[in-house]
Write a protein that binds this ligand. Sequence first.
Ligand code: ZN
Length: 448
Amino acid sequence: MKKLILLFLGLILISCGGGGDEDVTPVQVTPEPVVVQKFTLTVSAAEGGSVNTSGGSFTSGASVNLTATAQNGYVFSGWSGDSTSNENSISITVNSDISISATFESFLLSCNTPFYPEKPSPDYSENNYEYYSYGWQTNQGMSKICLNSYAGVSEESIFLINEVLTSASNRLGQLLPINITAYYNGISDLDLVMNNWDALKMTNGGFDPGDYTAAAGVDIENIHNGGQGELAQGIYENLVSGRKTIYHEFFHIYQNSHKLYFEETNNFGWNYSRITEGRDNLDFVGLVGPVWIEEGGAEFAGISLSAQNNWIDSNQAFIDYLDEARNVIIDAASRNDIVSLKDYENGKNIGRLESTNNPTGVSRQFAYQYSAGSLAHLYLLKTQRSSLVDMVENYYIDLAELERENIGEGYVYSFEKSFGISLEEFYLEFDEFMLGTRDEQLTILGLN
Ligand SMILES: [Zn+2]
């Protein structure tokens, strides 16, 4: 007991030590009974989503798991109040009164602010590859779609574009945020449009303000700001094919992001020299693969997936392409110009064959890479080489890995892996199919 009293005195002296000249008032200390302390946790959700609990009263030190869920059309953007985490699932230790709120933002928002002002440095380099990971590689960042629209683009058009982009994103997913610029040539201030486009660090001169322009992709010089695309009024005002074309452009971003993405390490990477070398070479094939796969695949996805929403009559679209592709072959054959799908692997070679630089001196009819390219996909589907899901996904998923293992030939390996037939064998089979009668072709393609 004596010891305890001394200890109390000691405490009083210490606690009053800094008090200077103040009078020392003796303090009577009585031991506190042990009480379980409780705190209040208050959890709320802002507009656009919900949380799994509204909180309550918790014993000090209790751990509570909070999960925020965005409703359709919104993405979780972070916690506010006593947590600033960006993870939608967090664990909170309650050791004081806590108030926390989940915030959400509209999935589809207008924006033209770059994520990165400059191209970031690679995380690491290995075997001629540079690897990058980006701050937006979170669920909410990757699903972000920014539709930048300008004067003259009607509410209906904005709705239509958003509808397609959201549907495509839900169906195919996104590896990166997407910026789409919609403008009306007759009214939009094109200087403003181009300035905003520049702010997103697209390649200089990459913006082409035509009346019928639809373009999209992923530029390795700008991937840190996501995928990019532009749509002119001739596209989004065309109620017959507009949504299919917007889907097609989304698919280009899908293809071109996968060609750079490594699932296992969750990062992006590329062999810079492989991308730039040989661009003038007529045999050079890009990382997505042959042009007929890039364009025909986007067209196939645009038609097939739009048709699932009843936006297009896919049978009619494919029949039209069959007639177009047949005409290319018949017209060229009259000059002994033998058309093969293999001719459509490289853009420069296509340009040569579709101009008077064609060895026959007469240009081929246009766009076999779109018409026959999309039919080649339908052919692979109908000859049981692939399901629809595999057709629009599998070929692209392993593309980056297979290219890294087989520099310059990733697409060759991915094609054979996805469809169970080598690309060269497929060319022979498909070219022969294209020489059949129209009725035979309609039967094989399931279009009659
Ligand atoms: Zn295209």
